[in-house]
Design a protein around this ligand. Sequence first.
Ligand code: NAD
Ligand code: TDX
Length: 351
Amino acid sequence: MKTVLVTGGLGFIGSNFIRMLFGLARGLRVINLDKQTYAGNPENLAGLEKDERYQAVTGDIGDEGLVSRLLDENMPDTVVNFAAESHVDRSIDGPEPFIETNVLGTLRLLEASRKFFAELTPQEKESFRFLHVSTDEVYGSLGPEDPAFCEKTPYAPNSPYSASKAGADHLVRAYFHTYGFPVLTTNCSNNYGPFQFPEKLIPLMILNACEGKNLPLYGDGGNVRDWLHVEDHCSGIVAVLEKGRLGETYCIGGNSEKTNLQIVDAICALLDEKRPDGAPHVDLKTFVKDRPGHDRRYAIDCSKIKEEIGWEPRYSFEEGIAQTVDWYLDNSTWCENVTSGNYQRERLGIS
Ligand code: NAD
Ligand code: TDX
């Protein structure tokens, strides 16, 4: 990798990925195309603005003209697509932006990239990669005794979010089979770690608990997710870019299945120790109305990426959650700017 076009790099995973890339290779250039939706936070990459290896572009992956111009001007050898509407609850309230960005946006990004690829020299074609970042949610929901999802599991998306990601995955697959466009797809489990927007379970619970607010558990709190530390996810993506077989998909998981109750209990226990507040934090747990169509269990079998590529997660859940709680406690300015909406002031032109 020499020049990488990253999309959605101001979000949670994309920003962690860009920081990891710069840590891996000094000579690398990164162009970050991000629409700066509510989830795109320039503070996630604070300090990089003046780095000449980094260029931030505000724009939409669905703007094919803009994507074509960025490709022609920068001649990347790698495109990594993180850009998406990513929150299941928002997709239930309003599915359309999910189709716009996740399906149509991905299509236009693919189309611009395919046309760019067609004009490359044979040598440039050899090293070009388009990696699409997807989710385990496309496989639907598991029963308690079912084997974990793997690359052969049939698609069965249950939410507008997962349906839109499934649509994008199918387009990516079709571009390989129809046009010979060099794609790779990764389907990962629930990420957690630094810089995650506090609409998602783990940061929401940490910040609510710190403020003495209720910790809302949907349904009976027994839904299971397979938690993957974001650094492990990003190292998995790098490994797939380096060693993955074109046209293949790779499942990336954390080998850490937990119920939502176990997650909240773990966070509360850590906060009792690090931020004692009189009463135990678990007293804030509240059971609320369930999410419609709430998938019961996700789990990933990562044998393929382990056997073919040699990747496996490094973080245990206990290590990862302690590091994550510490990060939120140590980064109160980032947290305040996110919860107050201040991180959007510049974009919205508010002085
Ligand atoms: P995020 O919501 O934190 O960030 C998404 C980013 O994409 C934001 O910076 C946003 O501004 C940008 N964006 C949105 N629409 C855009 C558009 N039309 N054009 C350009 N940029 C746009 O998401 P995340 O949690 O970092 O997830 C990144 C990717 O990983 C997504 O594709 C998501 O589906 C996938 N994924 C996430 C998880 C998870 O647990 N967070 C798990 C599996 C897969
Ligand atoms: O307040 C809450 N209470 C609660 O019980 C929230 C926000 C969530 N939950 C539950 C719902 C899920 O069972 O916690 C679990 C995790 O919820 P989210 O953090 O919203 O994640 P999930 O719906 O599992 O989807 C995430 O992982 C897969 C990401 O948001 C997706 O982008 C990714 O594809």
